[in-house]
Design a protein around this ligand. Structure first.
Ligand code: ATP
Length: 137
């Protein structure tokens, strides 16, 4: 079984979408291992998005992700990294399919409701960056 890091971003928390997003992952049959409402420190936000540090939108992205509480979660399930990315949908509003979280709720390339790790390596890195070591299992 794989583990991944899923996070409701500040825009999703402000819009009251935590329950909706948790519900979709539960309905899919995935297991919630850990969850916390937290405000991410600037240094941790920069580490989380380090692959984008040369991009023109990096500063804005760090400001956005630290602008209010996020709902950070660890989920477990079969092929969860690939499946959760499908459930989340594309980054751009014009290509996020209806039925995906972003397709149904997001209308901005930056404020797009939810994050999901894109590989086993980034899932481990992102979980270690934002959570103490898991005590479950
Ligand atoms: P995430 O990593 O958050 O799940 P993603 O993998 O779909 O999203 P990435 O290309 O890794 O997208 O970008 C990470 C995040 O950076 C996006 O979710 C979005 O919030 C922001 N971002 C990406 N491209 C842009 C852009 N052109 N302008 C502003 N913000 C952007």
């Amino acid at each position: 079984l794989q583990r991944t890091f899923i996070m409701v971003k500040p825009d999703g928390v402000k819009r009251g979408l935590i329950g909706e997003i948790v519900k979709r992952f539960e309905q899919k049959g995935f297991q919630l291992l850990k969850a916390e409402l937290m405000v991410i420190e600037k240094e941790k936000a920069e580490l989380h998005y380090m692959e984008h540090k040369e991009k023109p939108f990096f500063g804005e992205l760090v400001d956005f992700i630290t602008s209010g509480p996020v709902f950070a979660m660890v989920w477990e399930g079969e092929n969860i990294i690939q499946v959760s990315r499908l459930m989340i949908g594309s980054t751009s509003p014009e290509s996020a399919a209806p039925g995906t979280i972003r397709g149904d709720f997001a209308n901005s390339k930056q404020e797009n409701i939810v994050h999901g790790s894109d590989s086993i390596v980034s899932a481990e890195r992102e979980i270690a960056n934002l959570f103490e070591p898991l005590l479950t299992r």
